[in-house]
Design a protein around this ligand. Sequence first.
Ligand code: FAD
Length: 273
Amino acid sequence: MNRHFSFEFSAPRSPEATEKLLQVHDRLQVCHPDFFSVTYGAGGSTKDGTRQAVLTINELGSNVAPHLSFGGDPPEKIEQLLHDYQNAGIKRVVALRGDIPSGQMTKMTYANELVSFIRDKTGDHFHIDVAAYPEIHPESTSVESDLMFFKNKVDAGADSAITQYFYNPDAYFRYLDACAALDINIPIVPGIMPITNYQGIVRFSKNCGAEIPRWILKHLESYEDDPESLKAFGLDAVTKLCHRLLEGGAPGLHFYTLNQSLPTIHIWRNLDL
Ligand code: FAD
């Protein structure tokens, strides 16, 4: 099977952050990922940062996939952005509803509508990735509706999916079975979040609905004042997760790098890819 590996960057918010991101991009080149992706702040905070970073990474010769959402923007603006990417030779986008920072009041357009819009405006030019949630999206009212809305994105023209991160491989394999039962046949690539600190991963997981299994949480708690042991534990746990996913047939891995090179490179080396 032809497996795909990709690395995600968070959109930079300042020229200094862009500079740092490009250095991290250089260091990660040793892994030769199939593509890099750059997140998009649907609330508006990082839209220019995404565009700049994406175009620069593209000019440096790497395959790059911008994340994209309607947010509160008019369709003309999104169409223009798509054409800018298309004209730059970019071939892949990650289409999302996005999350608006709390306190802002913007009606969010569902990702399946964005997928339809991209297909309508640019035909088959882009390979479109969408998000998938093996542990169920936090706003979903049921497993069935979550799967149905995922299927809507596939039917609208998504080519593949990247999952929210998770630490329980059974959730992923069960999700694949449920998708297969609904005739969803696109590759669903697991999103991998390295574990490098305690507070950050707990806060982040609460917000996005990712479950940290109790045994992992308890180890992280016990290493809270011992960052080196925590990182060693996180590396071991996430490496084993990746091994299980690949052995079980996952069509690749998508690493949430959080704009750091070492956590991803260490896992990568352990996997001997
Ligand atoms: P959708 O697929 O539109 O689903 C959102 C929710 O609405 C789900 O609960 C779904 O079941 C439900 N739903 C869908 N359609 C309907 C309908 N017609 N009626 C009622 N309910 C419906 N966020 C960012 O802001 N920027 C990023 O760059 C970013 N990158 C991400 C990358 C990946 C790989 C992943 C997994 C997530 C990313 N996110 C990002 C987070 C994502 O935007 C949030 O999880 C968001 O809440 C949902 O986005 P979505 O595209 O999955 O939405």
